[in-house]
Design a protein around this ligand. Structure first.
Ligand SMILES: [Zn+2]
Length: 442
């Protein structure tokens, strides 16, 4: 059955290749894999051996290392998170107004649009990590057990970072998912995990595939792909537009601020609902994630009506307090007159008919930094503001940092010899030394 159709692709062969996914048999599978590999190198996004952003990314490695020692004490919840308990029951009810979105924590959203059931970035794993014993750990059980997930018309994956693409969830859902829609290159991972070739559709930016009455389009994002150091940007990252006859939804994926928001709004907007990433930001990597204020601005640029914040509230992936993204998004939304939906994890909203839980607080009041104290501003072209060379200025002399590193190692050995836990002590030692070095100049 040929139900695949790619539109608006800049490449004349894409339509055939998407359709070719619906073949069958080993020979066809190998042929489709070869074509998928060819589509990667033929993509306008591919250059010199990897996928590239239109607006490059900038990162401060010095700040990123220093931030390891400056995590907010409230970066993770200290009390149980009040998740919504009746998710499965709510999903059994009819959808009001042909649009319902159920936030399952972080970027996992169950989306029902004009009769189609779509699951975005399904993550059920205990940790957003390649291994089970370490890495960011989820703060609460999944609000919807995997075996209670309804039959799916499609799973959408925005990119192959661990907090978006969970092998266990993909394998568990493969049997009741009609198709997996992924950015270029991610299909190979799914094939390796046993998802049948015929159910995988890979899209480049601006390519569209048909799903029932819906058109699903992969949209540009400003981020990175890959699951390890060796496959950096070997797979593409994207957002998505899910457009029905009457309802339209935009999902940002992971992204820094970018000029493409205007084009997305102009070509595919406006939207009844946007799923905008607001968390895991840092001044050390201002181009990887937008932060709350730029997310509200991006929602306006694409022409969104109701904004559902995602990419927060499940894992500790940066140093900010865990409630800071939503507190700041609420302030920015109020200032800009944006309707912000704040469902609890596991709770549904029906933005087309009802007033969502605007400003309803379910998270605790704990200290957080306002935007003026810790602004997140993406660079325009991968160069930090004020430095036209794009080179990172060193705050501390490299030899002094090296001396501090040796001291840190010596102290750690000393603690180890005495059998004492060392982490907090060493962190405060490093923090104090850095303060001294900054105060003393170079
Ligand atoms: Zn990511």
């Amino acid at each position: 059955m040929r139900i695949s159709e790619c539109k608006r692709s800049p490449w004349p062969w894409s339509a055939n290749l998407c359709a070719a996914n619906f073949g069958g048999g080993a020979q066809e599978d190998r042929r489709a894999s070869a074509e998928a590999e060819f589509r990667i190198v033929a993509s306008p996004q591919w250059r010199d051996g990897r996928f590239r952003n239109r607006q490059p990314l900038w990162m401060s490695r010095v700040k990123a290392v220093a931030s390891l020692f400056s995590r907010d004490p409230n970066h993770a919840p200290t009390a149980p998170v009040p998740i919504f308990e009746g998710t499965a029951g709510e999903l059994a009810k009819p959808v009001d107004g042909d649009l319902r979105a159920t936030w399952l924590g972080h970027s996992t959203v169950f989306l029902e649009v004009e009769g189609q059931c779509i699951l975005i970035d399904p993550v059920w794993a205990k940790r957003a990590s390649p291994v089970s014993f370490t890495g960011p750990r989820r703060w609460y059980r999944p609000p919807l057990p995997l075996d209670a997930v309804p039959a799916l018309d499609a799973v959408l994956i925005t990119h192959d970072h661990y907090d978006h693409l969970d092998r266990g969830a993909v394998v568990a859902l493969a049997g009741r998912t009609k198709r997996f829609i992924v950015p270029l290159g991610v299909g190979a991972r799914l094939r390796a995990w046993g998802v049948p070739e015929a159910r995988i559709t890979e899209l480049d930016w601006w390519e569209t595939v048909r799903l029932g009455r819906l058109n699903i389009t992969a949209t540009p994002a400003r981020h990175a792909g890959g699951r390890g150091v060796l496959d950096r940007d070997a797979t593409l990252w994207s957002g998505y537009v899910v457009a029905g006859v009457a309802r339209r939804v935009y999902c940002s994926g992971d992204t820094g601020m970018m000029e493409a928001f205007d084009e997305i709004g102009a070509r595919l907007g406006p939207f009844d609902l946007t799923l905008m990433e607001i968390g895991a930001y840092s001044q050390s990597w201002p181009d990887w994630h937008m932060g709350p204020e730029q997310a509200v601005e991006a929602h306006r640029r694409v022409g969104g009506r109701v904004m559902l914040p995602v990419h927060w509230g499940l894992f500790s992936l940066s140093t900010h307090a865990w409630t800071e993204p939503i507190e700041r998004a609420a302030v920015a939304a109020r200032e800009k007159g944006v309707v912000l939906a704040t469902p609890r994890p596991g709770e549904s909203i029906s933005p087309a008919v009802s007033r969502p839980r605007i400003g309803a607080r379910w998270w605790p009041s704990i200290p957080w930094r306002a935007a003026d104290r810790y602004p997140i501003v993406s660079t325009r072209d991968g160069r930090p503001a004020g430095d036209p060379s794009g080179r990172e200025r060193k705050t501390v002399d490299a030899s002094k940092l090296e001396a501090l590193r040796r001291e840190l190692i010596d102290r750690a050995y000393e603690h180890d010899r005495r059998g004492e836990p060392a982490a907090a002590d060493l962190a405060s030692m490093v923090s104090a030394r850095l303060d001294e070095l900054i105060a003393g100049g170079e």
